[in-house]
Write a new protein. Sequence first.
Length: 298
Amino acid sequence: MSLYSLLGALEIGLIFSLVALGVLISFRILNFPDLTVDGSFPLGGAVAATLIASGHDPFLATLCAMIAGALAGFITGWLNVRLKIMDLLASILMMIALYSINLRVMGAPNVPLISEATVFTMIQPTWLPDYVLRPLALFVVVLAAKFGVDWFFSSQYGLALRATGANPRMARAQGIATGRATLAGMALSNALVALAGSLFAQTQGGSDISMGIGTIVIGLAAVIIGESILPARRLVLTTLAAVLGAILYRFFIALALNSDFIGLKAQDLNLVTAVLVTIALVLPATRKKLFARKNGRA
């Protein structure tokens, strides 16, 4: 695999690290099966691309994309908390609605950004190639997001969110407003996903209505792979595992698709994803069995 392909895999992996952090918040911390991700990811790209193409500042466009994603997550939580719609169904309803909303935002199936300024072109020095700058800039963004999530969930309000996901009945008994905690957690989760979508659109040269398909699968795969290679109870290590899982996932995908002797092509991407997720799910159980056998022999 060439250096260019390696950096490209790292770039996409870092972007989906933000998705993995968002999925970690909803699925693992809040215990909320959230499929809104498949809609909030392209929503971030649609909002950012539309604003940038209209001549707005790329940084402002990225911020607006995060706000739009947070609003989408908030509405999903509101459907569950206030209208008492089942969590999974509420997220499916929002995901379906976001398809039409994204088309409305863009006004077309896609918005190109080939000749437009992005957050990466705004900070690019003349001596640094763009394929090197993008992974470096994304690394800084992911690092800031990871430490921000760690800090937030170690605060008093963050601990209340963690208690809400772990045991909502006990959390309510302790005086925690679990409904508000769920709304805040869902907003934060989808804000991170929308940020990833906005950065993805700016790195890929535009936003497309179909770019969110399978995002939740990628996010879950990253979380599962990360937990398999770095099992931990501490949140600091759990968020690190999610980031590493997303990067490793993209490296595995790039390696498989760039291995000519295997014969895989771009259309085999979903097959490779399914195999990787299966291995990640089976690996912890296999490890436990081997460990139990060793202890039995000892």
